[in-house]
Design a protein around this ligand. Structure first.
Ligand code: PMP
Ligand code: GLN
Length: 380
């Protein structure tokens, strides 16, 4: 084919949100909160725009925001990245992922991704001529399969991409997992992309095991965060990358020609928000845990089987007691006939496990939205 992404269609999130709109379904598909952005953040954004912060921001991000990120990283993970050489603000985690992959993956290089994985990983690899090597996570717990990962490593492996808390399953990596990863990558030249966009959404007193906590991982990692998830503003598209100076320099070469810089007034707003209201991110886990628990209790009245959710804002449910349709058909049927939109799991895989009957529901929604969905799901 003469085009670069022949396998790719329209993302499942767009497809399902459109279908939800057409059929006025309760949309628990695409992952976005339906509650308000913190008032403080809106006021700061307004102030930034009214005080003239409307032109290009510095290419790597404003000094105020990079400083705030450095201090926050120290508070959360015990290391303070150098704002001058180790932090780059990007237009969402999506841009960050593209930049990181483009910065280090050469044509023919292999990149290990762990399925199911977020849908932008493989296209980012394909676009630079890399080869995505898919390794399955455990189909029930979504834990890493170390033997399979070890077996997938070859002299051509350039990068490994991980994601905890995990989209779509909510699984989180333990300290033991990170130590195993650290040992596995030691003495290799393999880089790590650690997608940590749900870093503040972990439950039941678990600790988010950022790659930044592990010196052996930190020295080879792009660690990626997104303000969209943390501040209920997925439409603002702001995120950042922490990486050691050499990797940051390479990533910035891509960033400077990809977008050059990111929405300036929002950078001012996040800098103020991070500094002045640390409670917001400190309490985010508890905030979502209440929603998770309420939603799971309500799901108990349905015929769905709810899988455990240690982190993130997605609930996987097994619908095999309700239907033996495949997951894509089931999600369409659920939207069109039953008025609730879910995301099928198979688009997150190169090859989904045979007979898997799982869909993803987003519980980053108001009580009223969740109640409306449950009322419809109870009838199934
Ligand atoms: N990675 C994961 C795992 C995600 O769930 C998302 C957003 N859904 C992204 C990356 C992209 O984040 P952003 O919206 O900041 O580009
Ligand atoms: N990350 C969101 C999800 O997993 C969707 C982002 C998007 O629509 N591209 O649902």
């Amino acid at each position: 084919p003469i085009t670069r992404l022949p396998k790719v269609g329209t993302t499942i999130f767009t497809v399902m949100s459109q279908l939800a709109m057409e059929h006025q379904a309760v949309n628990l598909g695409q992952g976005f909160p339906d509650f308000d952005v913190p008032e403080r953040l809106i006021n700061e954004l307004d102030k930034a725009m009214r005080t003239g912060q409307n032109q290009y921001a510095p290419m790597p991000g404003t000094p105020a925001l990079r400083d705030a990120i450095a201090d926050k990283t120290l508070a959360c993970y015990g290391v303070r990245p150098d704002p001058a050489t180790e932090i780059t603000v990007c237009s969402g985690a999506s841009e960050a992922i593209f930049n990181a992959v483009a910065a280090v993956v050469h044509p023919g290089d292999e990149v290990i991704v762990l399925d199911p994985c977020y849908d932008c990983y493989e296209p980012a690899i394909d676009l630079v001529g890399g080869v995505a090597v898919h390794v399955g996570l455990d189909p029930e717990t979504f834990a890493p399969d170390w033997d399979a990962i070890r077996a997938a490593i070859t002299p051509k492996t350039r990068l490994l991409m991980i994601n905890s808390p995990h989209n779509p399953s909510g699984a989180i990596w333990s300290a033991q997992d990170m130590a195993t990863l650290d040992a596995l990558l030691a003495d290799t030249g393999i880089y790590l992309l650690s997608d940590e966009v749900y870093e503040h959404i972990v439950f039941d007193d678990a600790r988010h095991e950022s790659a930044l906590r592990y010196p052996g991982l930190r020295e080879r990692a792009f660690v990626i965060s997104s303000f969209g998830k943390t501040y209920h503003c997925t439409g603002w598209k702001l995120g950042y990358v922490v990486a050691p100076p050499m990797l940051t320099a390479e990533l910035r070469k891509v960033h400077q020609y990809n977008t050059f810089c990111t929405f300036a007034p929002a950078q001012a707003a996040f800098a103020a928000m991070i500094r002045d209201e640390p409670e917001h991110y400190q309490e985010l886990g508890a905030f979502y845990q209440k929603r998770r628990d309420a939603f799971r209790e309500q799901l108990g009245r349905t015929r769905f089987r709810a899988l455990p959710v240690p982190g993130g804002y997605f609930q996987l449910v097994d619908y095999s007691a309700i239907s033996d349709m495949n997951d894509v058909e089931f999600s369409r049927w659920l939207t069109i006939e039953k008025g609730v939109t879910a995301i099928p799991l198979s688009p997150f895989y190169a090859q989904a496990p045979q007979g898997q009957r799982l869909v993803r529901l987003c519980f980053a929604k108001s009580d009223a939205t969740l109640a409306a969905a449950i009322e419809r799901l109870e009838a199934l």
